[in-house]
Design a protein around this ligand. Structure first.
Ligand SMILES: Nc1ncnc2c1ncn2[C@@H]1O[C@H](COP(=O)(O)OP(=O)(O)O)[C@@H](O)[C@H]1O
Ligand SMILES: Cc1ncc(COP(=O)(O)OP(=O)(O)O)c(N)n1
Length: 271
């Protein structure tokens, strides 16, 4: 019988289906990876607004993580929205017990429409307690500015911020360029070498869930056994296709679209 790769997302629920847990599970499925979820918060949101957040208690987060790991140990974990200090601490304590091998952390702070998804007072805990757990951390430009404590206006700044974040104790950093002007260039730093991943910017407003899609595609590829640099390159190709096929749903930023044909194979990847 073929082996089944398993991935876990620890994140918030987006009831409109474009981001959070929902985007992550769709991405895992498209990659042929068995998906599991630990919900950290229930978010009432859609393509143009966030109208409410209910945090799940630390005790329920612990129980969800324990029940997953005790029974179906994941090959990779993706972490998304962690709203509060208590949520971050609960996730960090549990992961220290279960020691997953691959941990991709998308340090979600805001939704595309600017609504906050992380409490302002939690930034220090994010840096000291959460970032060091990461095999890879994937901030967008505004998130990288907050974490690294600097402004980012060009690729050189992205590289400096990546090095600063790497020094906080994670193994690798990917700064996403979706919020920049011009080409969509992401900067990947593995602690030794920089890689620039560039695609033309797709002219669309339908970009709800791009960050979630990218980080869960990376987690899928790590679960499938790809080395980190290949996992990132293949995921960048996947998110580009998911944006190219994004759905014009809702009144705001429509969601990325997911299906197996968008998944890129290793053969086409240049080193
Ligand atoms: N319009 C676009 N065209 C092509 N790629 C894009 C576009 N917008 C975002 N991306 C890519 O999507 C991924 C997610 O980036 P970003 O949108 O910055 O994340 P987030 O959703 O966390 O803000 C990155 O690989 C980025 O380069
Ligand atoms: C529940 C939840 N988690 C994360 C996000 C943010 O998703 P992201 O892909 O980073 O960006 P946008 O979808 O907001 O463009 C979210 N909105 N909801």
């Amino acid at each position: 019988m073929e082996m089944t790769q398993k991935a876990l997302t620890i994140a918030g629920s987006d009831c409109s289906g474009g981001a959070g847990i929902q985007a992550d599970l769709k991405t895992f499925s498209a990659h042929g990876v068995y998906g599991m979820s630990v919900i950290t918060a229930i978010v009432a949101e859609n393509t143009y607004r966030v109208s409410g957040i209910m945090d799940v208690s630390p005790d329920m987060i612990d129980k969800q993580i324990r029940d997953v790991f005790e029974d179906i140990y994941p090959d990779a974990v993706k972490i998304g929205m962690l709203n509060t200090i208590e949520t971050m601490t609960a996730v960090a304590e549990s992961l220290k017990i279960w020691q997953p091998q691959n941990v991709v952390i998308d340090p979600v702070m805001y939704a595309k429409n600017g609504s906050p998804l992380m409490s302002l007072d939690a930034i220090e805990t994010l840096i000291k307690v959460v970032v060091p757990l990461a095999t890879l951390v994937t901030p967008n430009i505004p998130e990288a500015e907050e974490i690294a404590g600097m402004m980012i206006s060009n690729i050189g700044d992205m590289k400096v911020a990546a090095m600063n974040i790497h020094e906080m104790g994670c193994q690798a950093v990917l700064i996403k360029g979706g919020h920049a002007k011009g080409d969509a260039t992401d900067v990947f730093y593995d602690g030794h070498k920089f890689y620039q991943l560039t695609t033309s910017r797709i002219q669309t407003k339908n970009t709800h869930g791009t960050g979630c899609t990218l980080s869960s595609a990376i987690a899928s590829n790590l679960a499938l056994g790809y080395p980190m640099a290949d996992a990132v390159k293949l995921a960048k190709a996947y998110v580009t296709q998911a944006i190219a096929h994004a759905l014009p749903l809702g009144q705001g930023n429509g969601p990325t679209h997911h299906f197996h044909d968008l998944v890129q194979k290793k053969k086409g990847v240049s080193s």
